[in-house]
Ligand binder design. Structure first.
Ligand code: NDP
Ligand code: 3PG
Length: 503
């Protein structure tokens, strides 16, 4: 159970502590932030509302801990990460339980998130040992006008303090996808978890604590992003920000200083369906892509663009599958569970009502109880409807019927987002051309969009992000290249003669 067994240290009465200087602490603010269970709409947990002084302290610790960590051999860093991964996986049950209660993620998917996170940490440790253990050796005579008098050695060095801010929908996985690369690369790490998801993150951080990482190297500051977010992201001690979330990321990127940013933001992932597509395959991918975790994935299918001649058939197939989705509590592994908050449910409802007013076809009756919204397929959506462009982050999926592939590509490219997209066709040549034409960071051919497997590069174009995620790309982003140049008194060529006369 959450907050019990090996996790008792992280709880003070009914408020979870924050993590600083290798210890679990109660904030001097005397204030807490409530975490509302999306399904019951009652307070489930409370976390500390940390103060600016506490942030300053954590940053100071992070700076000094990083200096010793950078001197820790790579294999030792990897060993600790493997240990943390094992502890995390051994304790998947209480962590998954908090995910169920905080973000209403179905129980089975919550366990999968924790296990996937453990695997990500281990993969990162192994990849880090390989890529950080290698450097480059360059010779000057390959550039015009130079002789071989300079040997250039390059290696990857840490940036310093990495600030990690994950979103509510994968709080554990999108936290470790920042923590593990930062640590293996020799950085220290300050985590600001999402409020919904904070308790799962605190449990995960305790697994790193139990693994024995040095004091101050990892910290976890809790509090509302709207209150401490700016102070954290504009803190002079921060050398890199890795953020996943919504438009907040755009404002952070405008305020942040001259530091590397890794931003994974929203998406409006399009699913383009051609006439020759296997419609059964498309329908099952639309269900998986559009409705898993109730559509609250950045990589969810968020608009279907189907060629008119096959639209009726596809819509019927999807409708039949929607009818089979179960709706209810996450504890019972229902497919569709409450969305994260009342404001999110209200926003989704606003998009639905706009589509209704403008004449979209409702394939199911719109139904909502509290934060629980029944899955809804909206057919005959037109570009003048908000749902054609905006990201509902809920179980509502618009279908636009298109006359040509060009129309589909144009719709996809007119979006301010450019995260992922997918195309369904049996013609691989067409698929490649469409993939090239789509202005998105990734295109999936004959499958729904997905970030995983976690070592694949993952990036958004336009308002969907800056930089690229995925284990290797994150390690690279959280390092800088350092070069040392050895200057020889005379040119030297291996196997060349005249060595003695040049000495
Ligand atoms: N491209 C990608 O990889 C992904 C993108 N997303 C996108 O994220 C959005 C949903 O996630 P959601 O959690 O609601 O996103 P938000 O942008 O609302 O929040 C993300 C994180 O930012 C924090 N935050 C809020 N305000 C500030 C601030 N001023 N400064 C610093 N941090 C702040 C939040 O904390 P707090 O909770 O305390 O407010 C949270 O930890 C969707 O748009 C979705 O598409 C989601 C997952 C993956
Ligand atoms: O936040 C998200 O939506 C995740 O990055 C999605 O990950 P997945 O596509 O691998 O489920």
């Amino acid at each position: 159970m959450a907050g019990t067994g090996i996790f008792t240290d992280i709880l003070d009465g009914d408020v979870y502590k924050y993590y600083s200087d290798g210890e679990w602490k109660t904030s001097s603010s005397g204030k807490s932030v409530a975490i509302i269970n999306p399904a019951t709409r009652k307070t489930q947990y409370k976390v500390q509302a940390c103060t600016q002084e506490e942030v300053n302290k954590v940053m100071e610790m992070a700076k000094s801990a990083q200096k010793s960590w950078a001197k820790t051999p790579l294999w030792k860093r990897a060993e600790l990460l493997h240990k943390a991964a094992a502890i995390l996986k051994d304790n998947k049950a209480p962590i998954a339980e908090s995910l169920v209660k905080e973000i209403a993620k179905p129980a089975k998917d919550s366990v999968t998130e924790v296990v996937r996170s453990g695997d990500l940490i281990s993969y990162c440790a192994e990849e880090g040992v390989r890529i950080l253990g290698e450097g480059k050796f360059l010779l000057s005579d390959s550039f015009p006008g130079n002789e071989r008098t300079k040997y250039c050695l390059t290696s990857k060095i840490p940036l310093g303090v990495v600030l990690a801010i994950p979103p509510f929908n994968y709080p554990v996985n999108l936290a470790v996808s920042k923590i593990a690369p930062a640590l293996i690369a020799g950085n220290s790490l300050v985590l600001k978890p999402p409020t919904q998801g904070a308790v799962s993150c605190l449990h995960m951080v305790h697994c790193f604590h139990l693994a024995g990482f040095p004091k101050g190297l990892i910290s976890c500051i809790t509090g509302k992003g709207s209150e401490i977010g700016d102070f954290l992201t504009m803190h002079p001690a921060v050398n890199c920000i890795s953020f996943t979330g919504g438009d907040t990321g755009i404002s952070i990127s405008k305020k942040a200083g001259m530091i590397p940013l890794q931003m994974e933001l929203g998406g409006k992932d399009a699913c383009i369906v051609l006439e020759d597509a296997d419609l059964d395959l498309v329908a099952s991918n639309i269900i998986k892509g559009g409705f898993s975790y109730s559509g609250q994935r950045c990589t969810a299918v968020k608009v279907v663009l189907v060629i008119k001649s096959v639209a009726d058939e596809l819509v019927e197939k999807v409708k039949a599958k929607v009818a089979k989705l179960t709706v209810g509590p996450p504890e019972e592994n229902c497919d569709i569970t409450a969305v994260v908050s009342e404001s999110s449910a209200n926003f989704i409802e606003g998009l639905v009502m706009d589509a209704k007013d403008k004449g979209a076809t409702f394939c199911q009756e719109y139904k909502r109880e509290g934060n629980l919204i029944w899955p809804l397929l909206l057919d005959n959506v037109r570009p003048d409807m908000r749902i054609a462009w905006e990201e509902p982050f809920g179980p509502v999926l618009p279908v636009l019927r298109i006359n040509s592939v060009e129309e589909g590509i144009n719709h996809c490219n007119a979006s301010n987002f450019g995260l992922q997209g997918c195309v369904f066709t049996k013609d691989i040549n067409k698929a490649i051309l469409i993939s090239d034409a789509m202005e998105t960071g990734t295109v999936q051919i004959n499958s729904a969009p997905a970030r995983g497997p976690d070592h694949f590069p993952f990036q958004g174009l336009k308002d969907s992000g800056i930089g690229s995620q995925g284990v290797t790309n994150s390690i690279n982003l959280m390092t800088k290249v350092k070069t040392t140049v050895i200057n020889l008194p005379t040119p030297s060529y291996s196997m060349g003669d005249g060595f003695i006369s040049r000495l």
